[in-house]
Design a protein around this ligand. Structure first.
Ligand SMILES: C[S@@+](CC[C@H](N)C(=O)[O-])C[C@H]1O[C@@H](n2cnc3c(N)ncnc32)[C@H](O)[C@@H]1O
Length: 212
């Protein structure tokens, strides 16, 4: 499934980190830490980062779970995972493993993760895939485990907002706009204690929910 999308991300992987460096306004990784802080992860826990890309989030989660814990970074793009793998071996991070797979068909047993994260990717999943991914996240998480997702907040500047909607439409399909306006309600269909925080700076949000 999605071989065109996969090829697109394989090509994108070659310039992804450079583009993020130029546009993220997060050189110190403050936003990723804010995501990790909301997971409730403790030393020894197992954690999953879906759509992990070039591996920006796993090192931050790895600090939370420590040497006795484990972080799995999952992505369907080989190109992205190659970049992630380089980053992880350069920094000698031994409690991170990378797995090639799809967010909507997670290759893991039920109830093994204490938390699942997804950074800047959830809106790029097409509507039906997003729904399947949410069910898979619930399946692989322990009871009282958390799902925390980080995304851009709808931009205030008109031109940037227009480009944001184009990205959502192209990547996520026609139902993305509806998803955006009802995102917290839709999360409540799958999780309890759903909470949305706008991070300092106002451009990024984190939505977290707890698995019953
Ligand atoms: C915009 S990047 C975000 C990467 C990373 N999470 C970050 O914050 O930098 C989106 C990532 O989602 C991955 N992706 C898209 N659809 C996917 C799917 N159905 N299953 C697994 N990975 C997927 C892409 O390969 C890409 O690496």
């Amino acid at each position: 499934m999605g071989s065109f999308r996969r090829s697109y991300y394989n090509m994108f992987s070659k310039v992804y980190d450079r583009i993020i460096e130029l546009h993220s306004h997060d050189p110190q990784g403050r936003l990723r830490r804010a995501l990790a802080d909301r997971t409730g992860l403790k030393p020894g826990d197992k954690s999953l980062d879906i759509c992990t890309g070039t591996g920006a989030v796993p090192p931050v989660l790895a600090k939370k779970v420590g040497n006795k814990g484990l972080v799995v970074g999952l992505d369907f793009s080989k190109g992205m995972l190659q970049k992630a793998s380089k980053k992880i071996s350069t920094n000698s991070l031994e409690n991170i493993v990378l797995v090639q797979g799809e967010a909507q068909h997670l290759p893991f047993k039920a109830g093994i993760f204490s938390a699942v994260t997804c950074s800047h990717a959830f809106y790029e999943l097409k509507g039906e895939i997003r729904e399947e991914a949410l069910m898979e996240i619930r399946r692989v998480c322990q009871s009282k485990g958390r799902f925390c997702m980080m995304e851009h907040e709808v931009p205030k500047k008109r031109v940037i907002r227009f480009l944001f909607y184009i990205r959502m439409l192209v990547a996520g399909g026609l139902r993305s706009r509806a998803f955006l306006s009802q995102e917290t309600d839709l999360f409540r269909n799958h999780f309890s204690e759903v909470k949305k925080d706008i991070l300092p700076g106002g451009n990024t949000k984190v939505i977290c929910g707890t698995i019953e």
